[in-house]
Design a protein around this ligand. Structure first.
Ligand code: NIG
Ligand code: FE
Length: 413
């Protein structure tokens, strides 16, 4: 039997819990000083203080010494678009000169530019580049990542992206949670016929996605000039009927009411939310919708950040994620997200860590299985360089993750 013991941790930050932490609960990190974790066959078997480790465990085990280190659950990046072909560095340079993200999109740049390049990319290429991107995420201490399709917008390429993610989930140590985002942008030949495009996604692509078990979630870009509230509702309702869980890109640039729609449909999360209304936030809290905030995107587009403080003070569960994508936020950097959350979003260090662990897990409806160091959960544990979790934001923009243990196995050091 494979048994691993991590012991002598200056701080074992358990983030203990089996559901999303809302409001004030987000400050509770469940810290154990001089902590230890026992992992057996990939599952956490025991958690406590080092001197209390039951004797029988110590006999046959690989022991990892975490003296002067902080041990955390693996980070969960619960919103990314990491499988795409090509890049959009020109658009970035235009934006630096003042061009607007939505204007670039209306001119045929933006998402459809990546669609063109993703259609051309072979499956092998997407797997190779996907492995590389996952390696980079692992180096930040990420052990589960969500990935969306949406750079296909047609049957073949949407399916190709989802199949690539399935392969990557098997091949890479990081767990990949796939989301079908067929309604990510309107392709040129469907401009003005958005409803027809939604029909195509619902009738032609979605059934195959479900039959082949290619996605756990369905997501929509609900935004002025992209998909309306009605179109988004139609897409998401059809997906829900077929058993997919729901996410939504909501109220990012214009206040359309995406937050309210997420509450109405019982979405697991609503994401972005820069413009979410007070009412929408209240509805989300009432209906246990996780607010997934993506400060890397606001930063990269020079938008105002989402109202994290207001949301937490109004009892929402907030998660943080990178939104890694080739356009609005070409970064998978967790240290950047931590810096933005703590320095600019008025989130405490404790809230920020909760948002990247147990609440990230809740944003994937997996809080019963990952996101904290609790008995029965996956042995996804990261050893950070310094003796206190307070060093994590303090070392600005630099990863403190030193060793990553995934399913009880050391996979990065
Ligand atoms: O979450 N908002 C829509 N989708 C992505 C952007 C994708 C892109 O620009 O390629 C986002 O920001
Ligand atoms: Fe996104």
């Amino acid at each position: 039997m494979k048994r691993t013991i991590i012991k002598n941790a200056s701080q074992l930050v358990t983030c203990s819990g089996f559901k999303a932490k809302k409001g004030k609960e987000m400050n509770d990190l469940g810290i154990i000083e001089n902590g230890a974790v026992v992992i057996e066959e990939g599952i956490i078997k025991w958690v406590g203080k080092t001197p209390d480790i039951p004797r029988q465990f110590e006999k046959v085990a690989e022991v990892i010494d975490a003296t002067n280190k902080t041990v955390l659950p693996g980070f969960i990046d619960s919103h990314t678009h990491f499988v795409f072909g090509g890049y959009r560095e020109e658009e970035y340079s235009w934006r630096l000169k003042g061009d607007d993200y939505m204007e670039i999109m209306q001119k045929g740049g933006g998402i459809v530019n990546s669609v063109r390049q993703t259609k051309e990319a072979s499956k092998d290429y997407l797997i190779r580049i996907g492995m590389k991107r996952l390696d980079s995420m692992l180096s930040f201490g990420v052990t589960t990542v969500e990935g969306k399709s949406g750079y296909g917008l047609d049957y073949d390429t949407e399916i190709k992206q989802l199949e690539v993610m399935k392969k990557l989930d098997i091949r890479h140590k990081i767990d990949v949670v796939p989301t079908f985002l067929g309604a990510h942008a309107v392709p040129q030949d469907y401009k003005g016929r958005e409803d027809k495009f939604i029909d195509l996604m619902i009738n032609e692509v979605l059934p195959h996605v479900v039959d082949k078990d290619l996605a756990e979630f369905c997501d929509v870009f609900c935004e002025k000039g992209v998909f309306s509230l009605e179109q988004s509702e139609r897409m998401l309702s059809a997906a829900k009927e077929k058993g997919l869980k729901l996410k939504i890109h909501a109220d990012e640039i214009v206040q359309l009411g995406g937050a309210d729609l997420a509450a109405k449909l019982g979405a697991v999360s609503a994401d972005h939310l820069l413009m979410a209304s007070d009412e929408g936030i209240r509805e989300m809290a009432k209906n246990d919708v996780v607010a997934t905030l993506l400060p890397g995107t606001a930063f990269s587009l020079r938008e105002d950040f989402a109202r994290a403080r207001y949301m937490i003070d109004n009892d929402l569960a907030v998660a943080l994620a990178t939104d890694f994508n080739p356009g609005s936020c070409f970064t998978e950097s967790i240290p950047l997200i931590i810096a933005l959350a703590t320095l600019y979003m008025k989130m405490s260090i404790e809230e920020t860590i909760t948002a990247l662990t147990i609440n990230g897990a809740a944003a994937l409806d997996k809080a019963d299985n990952i996101g904290s160091i609790d008995v029965g959960k996956k042995g996804d544990v990261v050893i950070h360089e310094y003796p206190s979790y307070k060093f994590i934001p303090y070392h600005i923009g630099v990863s403190t993750a030193e060793k990553v243990i995934k399913d009880g196995q050391m996979v990065y050091y």
